[in-house]
Write a protein that binds this ligand. Structure first.
Ligand SMILES: C[S@@+](CC[C@H](N)C(=O)[O-])C[C@H]1O[C@@H](n2cnc3c(N)ncnc32)[C@H](O)[C@@H]1O
Length: 278
C-alpha cells in the first residue's frame, strides 16, 4: 500500500546563512502584480520562492551542489527520501558522511548527504576548504532535523514549476523576459565588517557588486520589476542609486553564538514605483 502524503505548505528544507525568513512579509508585498514568472538568481534556501509559490519560476545559484539537490528533489524525490531514511543522527555519522568521497555516490545519495550535512552542521553554514570539500563542523544534537517526507513532497511539487540554473547570477538574469519579477539577494560584500560571504568556494567581490548594479540598470531599462536585498552599508548606496530604498530591521543570530542575537538593518531596493499590496 502506498503511504499517504499529507499536503502541507512548501517551506525551505535547508538552513541557509542570510536566509530571508525574518522579512518575508515585507518582501512579499512587492510581488502583488500578476507576473509571468518569478526569477531568483541567488536562491539559497529559496525562502521567498516557497512563500510566494509562483506559477512559474527560474531559480539559480552558484552553488552547484545546492542546485543539484533541488534537481533531485524535483525529479527523483523517492530516491532521496530512501537515502535520507538510511541516515542515523549523531556526531560520528556526521563526520563519516562529511569525509565520504562524493564521486562514489549516486545523485540521490549526494542530495541526501547535502541535506543531512546542512541540517546537522554548525549554524547551517556552507563552507568548503581549498580542495572544495565541505568542512563545517558538527552543530550538536539540537542542530536540526531531517525534513519529513511530507515536507519534501510539498517542495518537490513547488519545484515542478521551476527551471533550475547552476552558475553565476548573470546566467539566470539572462533568461529574464518582459513580465517577469526578479528578486536578488546576493551575499553581502562589506569591506570593513566580518560578514559571512562564502557559499560555494568563491567569494562575492566588489566587482560582482558592480556587475549586479549594471544588471539592475539593464532590467530597469527593460521595465522589468526587481527587488534587491542588501545590508545597510556604504556599498549598498551604489546599488540604491536611482531606485527606491527602504530600511528593514532584521533579528539575526551572531554566527558562533546561537544564544546571542542582534538586530541588523537591511535595505530593500526596488524599481517598483506603484503602491504596494495590489
Ligand atoms: C544571502 S544567500 C541567499 C539567501 C536566500 N535569499 C534565502 O532566503 O535563503 C546568497 C546566495 O547567493 C549565492 N551566490 C554567491 N555568489 C553568487 C554568484 N556570483 N552568482 C549566483 N549566486 C551566488 C550563494 O551560494 C547563496 O546561496
Amino acid at each position: 500500500m502506498k503511504a499517504e502524503i499529507k499536503k502541507i505548505e512548501a517551506q525551505p528544507f535547508l538552513r541557509w546563512a542570510g536566509s530571508k525568513k525574518k522579512i518575508l512579509p515585507q518582501l512579499s508585498e512587492y510581488h502583488g502584480k500578476d507576473y509571468k514568472r518569478y526569477v531568483e538568481p541567488f536562491v539559497g534556501s529559496a525562502s521567498l520562492f516557497f512563500k510566494l509559490n509562483p506559477k512559474r519560476a527560474i531559480l539559480g545559484d552558484i552553488n552547484k551542489d545546492l542546485i543539484s539537490t533541488y534537481r533531485e528533489i524535483k525529479y527523483r524525490l523517492p530516491g532521496v527520501s530512501r537515502e535520507l531514511g538510511k541516515l542515523k543522527k549523531g556526531k560520528r555519522r556526521y563526520y563519516q558522511l562529511r569525509k565520504l568521497d562524493e564521486a562514489i555516490l549516486t545523485p540521490a545519495q549526494r542530495a541526501a548527504r547535502f541535506i543531512y550535512l546542512n541540517r546537522f552542521c554548525f549554524n547551517g553554514l556552507y563552507r568548503t576548504n581549498m580542495k572544495g570539500l565541505f568542512n563545517v563542523p558538527y552543530g550538536g544534537k539540537k542542530a536540526g532535523n531531517i525534513p519529513s517526507n511530507d515536507a519534501l513532497s510539498s517542495c518537490a511539487k513547488a519545484l515542478k514549476k521551476v527551471r533550475l540554473v547552476s552558475g553565476d547570477f548573470a546566467k539566470t538574469i539572462e533568461c529574464v523576459k518582459s513580465g517577469d519579477f526578479v528578486y536578488m539577494d546576493p551575499p553581502f560584500f562589506v569591506e570593513d565588517r566580518r560578514v559571512f560571504k562564502e557559499y560555494s568556494g568563491s567569494i562575492f567581490q566588489k566587482s560582482d557588486l558592480t556587475r549586479l548594479k549594471k544588471w539592475m540598470d539593464k532590467l530597469n531599462k527593460r521595465k522589468i520589476d526587481f527587488v534587491v536585498s542588501y545590508a545597510k552599508c556604504k556599498e549598498a548606496e551604489i546599488l540604491g542609486e536611482g531606485y527606491i530604498k527602504k530600511t528593514v530591521k532584521v533579528r539575526r543570530s551572531i554566527a558562533g553564538f546561537s544564544d546571542k542575537r542582534r538586530h541588523s538593518k537591511e535595505y530593500i531596493i526596488t524599481n517598483i514605483r506603484r503602491s504596494l499590496r495590489q
